[in-house]
Design a protein around this ligand. Structure first.
Ligand code: PLP
Length: 394
């Protein structure tokens, strides 16, 4: 008999993918220019020129056998060194190459990290709204995902509620800031409270509770907003980083895990991460792109287009009467559905060719996610449809 769980996962597509597939079908029927697809978080701006240059230099280096060969399982030593130096310089953390494990993106980083620490009966806490795949990843590792609801007014973490959810079974807490799907950046005072709770509870229960910082959107912040670097606030931190969004390379599958050198059991934790990477069959992160990111470690895609899109969509929708928080980062807007059932609202939106994602799978029913990593003209052209949609509720 096949695994029923895996079969279910394979057959039931994520709601985001479902809407995206619907959009492709609809585009074939009425033309892509008539569809306003805000469903997918696929970067809409190109990778910076440093990436193309690095690929060119590497592929013309004359040693493509080595270039495309396996690297060591945790990554090419020079690449790990480059990443460690970058973190040390940028965030003032005394981290070295032996704490860096190169991965195939944040999804792999999270799966490996969870597999490395979870044992039967463990719980992992996520702060809603959260990336729906956390549930898949946590359960695949054998843990139960426990959801901590946010303050409805600003979607920051409700630390009083969070405190009640931490139990002796809590192995880890996943934090994602800037956040998918809300675009919220968690404030420093909130982070400090979360870390204080984790310190107290780790001491009370006599084992470390790990803080997993999922950071694909770290570089995507607007204005002078600062994203606290969690290793500087909490000892048992593991950073799951990805270049998918920062360098617009989601299809190339490249990122890393960084284990805080301050972790109580840093060496064993790193060994468990290496073991989990092995058990999950990752072998090594994509070799060419390990070397590419080492060559453009300080580069970021030009995110000014996202900042403009954020302003255009936020100003446009709020002027029409939609209710949402102005996002400080990532490329999502999380909008309050004008009716309690966000699925019903998204179905109505489809009548105006607007493809939005209900917030239920993100742990926040009654909201919809709009991914504004799109061509700016799409935002302009979609406004009459948004006006007609909210008109249904007036
Ligand atoms: N975590 C969050 C919050 C995301 O939004 C995504 C992708 O959209 C991922 C992880 C996975 O990213 P990657 O492409 O690096 O695997």
């Amino acid at each position: 008999m096949l695994s029923q769980e895996m079969m279910k996962l394979g057959k039931v597509r994520s709601v985001i993918r479902d809407i995206f597939e619907y959009g492709k079908k609809r585009a074939a029927e009425i033309g892509a220019e008539n569809i306003f697809d805000f469903s997918l978080g696929n970067p809409s701006i190109p990778a910076p020129p440093e990436v193309d240059l690095a690929i060119k230099e590497l592929t013309e280096s004359g040693n493509t056998v080595a270039l495309h060969g396996y690297t060591s399982a945790p990554g090419d030593p020079l690449v790990r060194q480059t990443v460690a130096n970058h973190i040390a310089t940028k965030f003032g953390v005394p981290i070295t190459a032996d704490s860096i494990y190169m991965t195939a993106g944040a999804a792999a980083s999270l799966c490996i990290t969870l597999k490395a620490m979870v044992v039967v009966g463990d719980e992992v806490i996520a702060f809603a709204p959260f990336f729906p795949e956390y549930k898949v990843f946590a359960e695949a590792a054998g843990a139960k995902l426990v959801v901590s609801k946010p303050f409805p007014t600003d979607l920051q973490i409700d630390t009083d509620l969070f405190q009640t959810l931490v139990t002796p079974a809590t192995k880890a807490v996943i934090i994602n800031s800037p956040n998918n799907p809300s675009g919220v950046v968690y404030r420093e005072d909130t982070i400090k409270k979360v870390c204080a709770i984790l310190c107290a509870k780790s001491e009370e229960y006599g084992h470390p509770i790990y803080l997993i910082s999922d950071e694909p959107y770290r570089e995507l912040v607007y204005g002078d907003v600062r994203v606290p670097y969690l290793m500087n606030y909490y000892q048992n931190t593991i950073v799951c980083y990805s270049y998918s969004k920062a360098l617009s390379l989601p299809g190339e599958r490249i990122g890393y895990i960084a284990v805080s050198p301050q972790s109580e059991d840093a060496k064993d934790l790193f060994a468990a991460i290496a073991g989990a990477g092995r058990a999950l069959g990752y072998v090594c992160a994509p070799a060419l792109f390990q070397k590419v990111i080492a060559k453009c470690i300080d580069a970021t895609s030009d995110i000014r287009a996202y900042a403009k899109n954020r302003d255009a969509i936020y100003n446009g929708l709020t002027a029409l009467g939609y209710n949402c928080i102005k996002p400080d980062g990532a490329f999502y807007l999380f909008v309050k559905s004008p009716e309690p059932d966000a699925y019903a609202f998204c179905e109505k939106a489809k009548k105006f060719e607007l493809l939005l994602v209900p917030g239920d799978d993100f742990g926040c029913p009654g909201y919809v996610r709009i991914a504004y990593c799109v061509n700016p003209s799409l935002i302009q052209r979609s406004m009459p449809s948004f006006a007609n949609l909210i008109g249904l509720y007036k």
